[in-house]
Design a protein around this ligand. Structure first.
Ligand SMILES: Cc1cc2nc3c(=O)[nH]c(=O)nc-3n(C[C@H](O)[C@H](O)[C@H](O)COP(=O)(O)O)c2cc1C
Length: 208
C-alpha cells in the first residue's frame, strides 16, 4: 500500500480496504524495516479453566486469510489453556511506528504437514531444544536442562534428521476482530476495526 492510501484508509471506514489483510501485511512489512528486532513478536493471551487470563510473547511465523500462525509446545501452559478454551487474543506493538494491532478469534492446531515443514526449517539446535524443553513444567536446576540437551546432541550427532516432537507444533488463530491503532497527536489516536459478520468484514472507527 502507498503511504497516501494508508492515510486515507484510516480516515473513514469506507476508505479502508475491504478486508484487514492488506493493511496488516503493509504494517508488518514496515515494522520489519523500523523495529530493531522481532517485528513479528506478538503478545498471546489465553484463559485457563477458571477464566484466568495469561499472556506471553510468541513469534508470528505465517499469516494469510486463514489466520495467524505461531509454534509452541502444546503441553505448555498456553497449550493446555488452548485445549480447554480454543480462543485467544493477539496484540502487536510496533513502538517506532506508534502502531498497535489487536486480534481476537478462534484457535486451531495447524495440520501435521505444516508443522513438520516449519519444524524441519529450524536450525538443528532449535529442533533439539523442542525435544529438550518440557515447556512450562518445573525445572529443578538449569543443569538438568543442559544435560537433556547434551544427551540429545549425542543421540543425533550423526544425523540432521530429527523428527518433530509429537507435543510440539503450530496453532492458527482465525480472527473475527482486528483493530488497527495508530498513534495520533494529543492522544487523538486512530482506531480502525474490522469485525467479521455473515456479510463479511465490517469496517468501523472507534473513539480513541
Ligand atoms: C521475543 C520472544 C519470542 C518468543 N517466541 C516464542 C514462540 O514463538 N513460541 C513459544 O513457545 N515461546 C516463545 N517465547 C517464550 C514465551 O514468551 C513463553 O515464555 C513460553 O512460550 C512459555 O509460555 P507458557 O508457559 O505461558 O506456555 C518467546 C519469548 C519472547 C520474549
Amino acid at each position: 500500500m502507498q503511504e497516501n492510501d494508508l492515510i486515507r484508509a484510516l480516515e473513514s471506514p469506507a476508505a479502508a480496504p475491504l478486508t484487514p489483510w492488506e493493511l496488516f501485511a503493509t504494517w508488518l512489512d514496515e515494522a520489519g524495516t523500523t523495529e530493531i528486532n522481532d517485528p513479528n513478536a506478538m503478545c498471546l493471551a489465553t484463559t485457563d479453566a477458571n477464566g484466568r487470563p495469561s499472556a506471553r510473547i510468541v513469534l508470528l511465523k505465517d499469516f494469510d486469510e486463514r489466520g495467524f500462525v505461531f509454534y509452541t509446545n502444546r503441553e505448555s501452559r498456553k497449550g493446555q489453556a488452548l485445549s480447554l478454551h480454543p480462543q485467544a487474543a493477539l496484540c502487536f506493538h510496533w513502538k517506532t511506528l506508534g502502531r498497535q494491532v489487536r486480534v481476537e478469534g478462534r484457535v486451531l492446531m495447524v495440520d501435521d504437514h505444516e508443522s513438520d515443514a516449519y519444524y524441519a526449517s529450524r536450525p538443528k539446535g532449535s529442533r533439539i531444544g523442542a525435544w529438550a524443553s518440557r515447556q512450562s513444567r518445573p525445572l529443578e536446576s538449569r543443569s538438568t536442562l543442559v544435560s537433556r540437551v547434551e544427551e540429545l546432541e549425542r543421540q543425533y550427532s550423526q544425523t540432521d534428521n530429527i523428527p518433530r516432537p509429537p507435543h510440539w507444533g503450530g496453532y492458527r488463530m482465525t480472527p473475527d476482530y482486528i483493530e488497527f491503532w495508530h498513534d495520533g497527536e494529543f492522544r487523538l489516536h486512530t482506531r480502525l476495526v474490522y469485525n467479521l459478520t455473515e456479510k463479511g468484514w465490517e469496517r468501523s472507527l472507534l473513539y480513541p
